[in-house]
Design a protein around this ligand. Structure first.
Ligand SMILES: [Zn+2]
Length: 209
């Protein structure tokens, strides 16, 4: 007898109500999206395998929020951490200006040098970026995740020629966010098509004056 086994993702949504979205700059619905994986037999759901996503998404812009009264989308914090992690890792404390520029190119909002410095301090004190990424995997939408990967790529792009080791960092960020390699490649190729959102290659000088 042939058994047809499989896996299926089922999404359910619940409207949490209207909120004043800081990105849409108007009132929009905030919708809770829950995705669950099921084990299937002959395409019939048999066994829940667990929740793969559980986030609150604005119906207008597609970004995710912690709650109705949030004043910024969740991915802002993650973009700041990724930029700080790469700056700290490459010893590029003189690249804060460029990281501010990248934050603005990605989010459309400004960020102060102090805020980036605050994140660098946290990274230097041992705060783990990858634990932060993994803990936010199910809280972020696909749009948020692709923008976080864009920010990581742009920082590396602005800092040095992209070689194997640099590319590995981007793939690790993607992997921690649950984004597969093919999708990371597509995101990076798309950035090229968008002229790297106005960020120049090697914009951060590698020598210190
Ligand atoms: Zn919105």
């Amino acid at each position: 007898m042939l058994f047809l086994l499989g896996e299926k993702t089922v999404a359910s949504t619940e409207n949490l109500g209207e909120f004043n979205c800081p990105i849409c700059d108007t009132n929009k619905n905030l919708v809770r999206v829950i995705e669950k994986n099921y084990f299937t037999l002959f395409f019939i759901r048999i066994l829940p395998l667990g929740t793969t996503a559980d986030y609150n998404q604005c119906e207008g812009c597609g970004h995710t929020y912690s709650a109705l009264d949030a004043d910024a989308p969740l991915y802002f914090e993650t973009v700041q951490s990724v930029l700080a992690y790469l700056l700290a890792g490459y010893g590029l404390s003189h690249g804060i200006g460029v990281s501010q520029k990248i934050f603005e190119a990605i989010t459309g909002k400004e960020i102060s040098a102090t805020e980036i410095q605050h994140h660098i301090k946290r990274i230097n004190q041992g705060s783990s970026l990858f634990e932060q990424l993994k803990s936010s995997v199910d809280k972020l939408s696909w749009l948020d995740k692709s923008l976080i990967i864009e920010a990581a790529y742009l920082l590396v792009y602005a800092a040095r020629p992209i070689e194997y080791e640099e590319r590995l960092q981007i793939n690790l960020v993607g992997n921690a966010l649950g984004v597969c390699l093919e999708a990371v490649n597509a995101i990076v190729n798309n950035l090229g098509a968008m002229q790297y959102k106005g960020i120049q290659a090697m914009e951060i000088e590698n020598h210190i004056h």
